[in-house]
Design a protein around this ligand. Structure first.
Ligand code: NAG
Ligand code: NAG
Ligand code: NAG
Ligand code: NAG
Length: 512
């Protein structure tokens, strides 16, 4: 026993030593690389005050995807380029088919964000396939996490920055970066990799989204699955605690990340006191451990809609949502039906009459069938003369509706965010949304103590809210539209986003 233990300690010790020496060599290599990088960028190594310029690395393997997560990345880099001329941003990406120039051009075309090439450098990674879902048909979470550790190893072996910020949610990379780079780590998290809900669901052996009936049918397998999730959560929490600061995109994500930061598991703690698990404890220990995450909302482009006139609106109740099942368009028809039943004057064809306009994209046959069944439902409810479907509208067409509508309706339950609701408000359209998720917690919230819109849960409460808005006095109505707009434009502006990054304190983790 004693011999085995000392052999174990010995091999562990030499493994540690090997990693330390390897990491030191990588860091020396990176220092040399900096000089050639400055030449390549056509800039000098020293700042005006004589100190060395700093490198902030952004880990975003899909930086050229053009989605919401990418917008956050580029907006952050653009603001750093503006405010911190002595910082060079390094983006780690797996877009090996793209070049620096094509990426910069696409960011300009897609997001209207102008990036300065002189303080931006790309490190191209070849092992991105390791983090793709398709690479891990089974044990996807674990596989992708191990894959991300390998991918960030490739990243660090190519260049080590002064501060590492993960903007895609690969928390397991933090240990590798800390070990190889000895640098602080931060994160902007859009979505937790695993949530405490998911764990609880497996624990109560409920069938959830990731179930496979084969697994739940067998007690042994489902015990295995429970341990898998439990260990995964344990290590995910350890990873997140390694970060020096964490930003999140919404209060929904904050609630989850905060719960995970507080997550404890006494049994697993005990297990990690004994070999070989003790090695994992040693590797993952010694971290800054943030207490909680900071919400930094992504900015929305509201420039155009925030110029629409607030007066002279038509009695149009507007819904802007793809015809996807979770948007629950049927609830909108039921709400409108309740409204006209309780207040038949809204069914007038004159100026008293109200109209429901459902505007949204239809992506495939499923969506098209949904539109058809919604049309049938409108007929059954006898409201078809007051309901208009606008399928696949162009952006200018949508803006046109936003400039005319009175009310913006959103019925999705537990929507994480709801950019359409921000757009309603910026356009001066009073929102009536489901009382859950982002619209309840982040978006339609009081401004200076006064409401910016309404929440409801059932057809009758939705109908009540619609009636309330339609009967506001002209001055109340005007003030409500103004409040909603002011709040949305301010809260989801570029400036507010930059303020949030400033407040995260990322700067203080740069070396002097
Ligand atoms: C946060 O990110 C998730 C995942 O990409 C997304 O569903 C959600 O809408 C985002 N929230 C905000 C406020 O952008
Ligand atoms: C809407 O667009 C999708 C794809 O862009 C297309 O398949 C569909 O036929 C369009 N539907 C209508 C009603 O225009
Ligand atoms: C963020 O911080 C930088 C540097 O301190 C400052 O120049 C900038 O004005 C700040 N921006 C906002 C919106 O607070
Ligand atoms: C993804 C998956 O396997 N989902 C299943 C979860 O369990 C329900 C009820 O047994 C099935 O209907 C789903 O297909």
């Amino acid at each position: 026993m004693g011999v085995v233990l000392s052999l174990l300690c010995l091999s562990l010790g030499s493994a540690f030593l090997t990693v330390l020496i390897y990491a030191r060599n990588l860091r020396f290599k990176s220092v040399d690389l900096r000089e050639s990088l400055f030449r390549e960028l056509g800039t000098t190594a020293s700042t005006s005050s004589g100190t060395k310029k700093k490198f902030v690395g952004f880990f975003h393997p899909y930086c050229n995807a053009g989605g919401g997560g990418e917008r956050v990345l580029w907006a952050a880099i653009a603001s750093i380029q503006r405010d911190e001329p002595d910082v060079i941003s390094v983006v780690y990406t797996g877009d090996v088919d793209a070049t620096k120039q094509t990426i910069i051009d696409k960011v300009q075309a897609r997001f209207a964000i102008a990036l300065q090439p002189s303080s931006l450098h790309f490190v191209f990674l070849h092992s991105r396939s390791l983090v793709e879902d398709s690479a891990w048909p089974r044990f996807t979470l674990l596989g992708q996490s191990l894959g991300s550790m390998y991918l960030v190893w490739e990243a660090m072996s190519k260049f080590i920055p002064d501060l590492f910020i993960d903007t895609m949610g690969y928390a397991f990379t933090f240990h590798v970066v800390s070990w190889l780079g000895s640098i602080p780590v931060g994160a902007y998290v859009h979505y937790p990799t695993i949530s405490t809900n998911m764990l609880a669901r497996v624990q109560s052996r409920q069938q959830g989204v990731t179930n496979s009936s084969a697994i739940s049918s067998s007690v042994v397998l489902s015990q295995g699955k429970l341990w898998y999730y439990r260990l995964f959560m344990y290590y995910y929490a350890l990873s997140l605690r390694r970060a020096s600061f964490i930003m999140v995109n919404s209060s929904w994500t904050k609630n989850h990340i905060d719960a995970i930061l507080q997550h404890s598991d006494t049994l697993l703690d005990l297990l990690h006191q004994i070999p070989p698990f003790v090695a994992i404890r040693l590797i993952t220990a010694g971290s800054p451990s943030p207490k909680s995450a900071r919400v930094v909302h992504p900015s929305c482009d509201t420039r155009e809609m925030s110029r629409f006139a607030l007066e002279g609106r038509e009695r149009v109740i507007l819904s802007v949502a793809q015809f996807r099942p979770e948007k629950d368009h049927a609830a909108q028809l039921h709400a409108f039906s309740h409204l006209v039943k309780a207040h038949p004057e809204y069914a007038d064809t004159g100026t008293q009459g109200a109209r429901l306009v459902l505007l949204g994209g239809s992506r495939n046959e499923g969506d098209a069938a949904r539109v058809d069944s919604l049309k049938r439902l409108a007929k059954e409810l006898h409201i078809e003369d007051h309901v208009q479907f606008v399928v696949n509208a162009s952006y200018p067409e949508m803006l046109n509706w936003l400039s005319r509508a009175s009310i913006g309706l959103s019925t999705m339950v537990d929507e994480h965010f709801g950019i359409n609701v921000v757009e309603f408000m910026a356009a001066g359209v009073i929102p009536v949304t489901h009382a859950s998720g982002g619209p309840l917690n982040d978006i339609v919230v009081p401004f200076k103590g006064e409401p910016t819109g309404y929440h409801a849960t059932s057809p009758s409460t939705f109908a009540d809210a619609l009636h309330t808005v339609l009967t506001l006095s002209p001055s109340e109505e005007r003030r409500m539209r103004e409040r909603a707009r002011t709040w949305a434009v301010e809260q989801f502006s570029e400036e507010e986003f930059v303020k949030g990054w400033n407040a995260s304190g990322w700067r203080k983790w740069l070396p002097n």
